[in-house]
Design a protein around this ligand. Sequence first.
Ligand code: FCB
Length: 481
Amino acid sequence: MTSGSTDYRDSGLVFPESFVFGSATASYQVEGAVREDGRGQSIWDTFSHTPGRVLNGDTGDVADDHYHRVEEDLDLMKRLNLGAYRFSIAWPRIQPTGRGPANQAGLDFYSRLVDGLLERGITPVATLYHWDLPQALEDEGGWTNRETALAFGEYARLVGHALGDRVAVWTTLNEPWCAAYLGYALGEHAPGRTEPRASFQAAHHLNLAHGLAVQALRAVVTNDPQFSVTLNLHALRGDGPTGAEAVRRIDAIGNRVFTGPMLHGTYPADLLEDTASITDWSFVLEGDTEIIHQKLDVLGVNYYSTSLVRMRNGAGDAGGADGHGEFDASPWPSADDVEFLPQPGPFTSMGWNIEPSGLEELLLAVRAEFPEMPLMVTENGVAFEDVVTEGERGRVVHDDDRIDYLRRHLTAAHRALAAGVDLRGYFVWSLLDNFEWSFGYSMRFGIVRVDFDTLERIPKDSAHWYAQLAATRTIPEARLG
Ligand code: FCB
């Protein structure tokens, strides 16, 4: 597919010397080896093995087999000139049931990974939670149970103790919005529950887990790392006279429910009011917001597309562009009166609109609200239907569309930098094609293709393009010679 407007087309833009070019993955999406070396079961094992939950019945049992191919993948990262690698740690590899002593084999795997990165001059950026909650904790209520947050603090301590002399950036959570609302309200992600009140409880306990984890890490690390969290902040645009109100509503449930307590130390008053018919927030206990409000060194922002919203006009209009009508499960509890409108293309294979200017807008908006906070784009990338062809030296993927997407978004990031945003780095999602949650292996986000039959890695043209960018800090031409 091709991208429409050409207003962000540019090349030759140079990024600052200290700007980091990395790539990201997540444990369940790439590792496989789900029953090895003492790993316990996670909610994604359960969910993906439940018929009808994941497209084509795909599971993460094998995924990219990264667990066994870690050396090969590290060499690949080196060849691609990556300055940093953002990976996540599978909680059930460290504590198979989410509690108790650390499983040494689990720690050893991540220790080898971190050493392998450092040997190759690649900065390790570790995320503690990219959605693979130990199933044993879900059996006791999962994120709706306050105990899960406390257990997470202990897990952070164990990991920090083992890796806290080498990891450069610690990220507590990846996209708690997805964990809370897709997991507990919409039910499209594990654990697949559809309980609106529970999703706010989950959001709060994720926030609490974040605060407890930063405290625990800070107490044990020895190498002066940076602390962060990664949020998929929603880039919202309002439509018509009710647009501003709709944006405020979604911004509260989607963005400020996290940034409020984490960065301002309080839940926004309008969020509590808007959601009053569903919850009284009595699960927020005295002292919680102080725990959540930890000093952070950098905020990770994931960006893929924009949302266009307005208020619904009256009854009977139950379905929006997201297909979540008043009577269906929705990832936006208490906001059935907000309508998500279709947006102009072009679109990715996920059906997400391609809108690089949304990234610039988002970074500027975050800077306006948190002027002192350094930022990192911790995910940005695209799924397209890649075509493999036989080249002179083996199989190749000419993914010009992905190069174009990356180029436009990096240009938008560069514009934000030029406007004074303290942007420290960019991580392309993803290094490898992988298990894309409820879409299984049908969506390919990698700059490296993975043949899911042979597990062979084939760097796509975008990987070569990105390697040149990482080496030169200069946005290359659309096509490489
Ligand atoms: C983000 C997730 C990541 C990946 C991309 C496409 O929401 O953090 O794991 O699935 O979307």
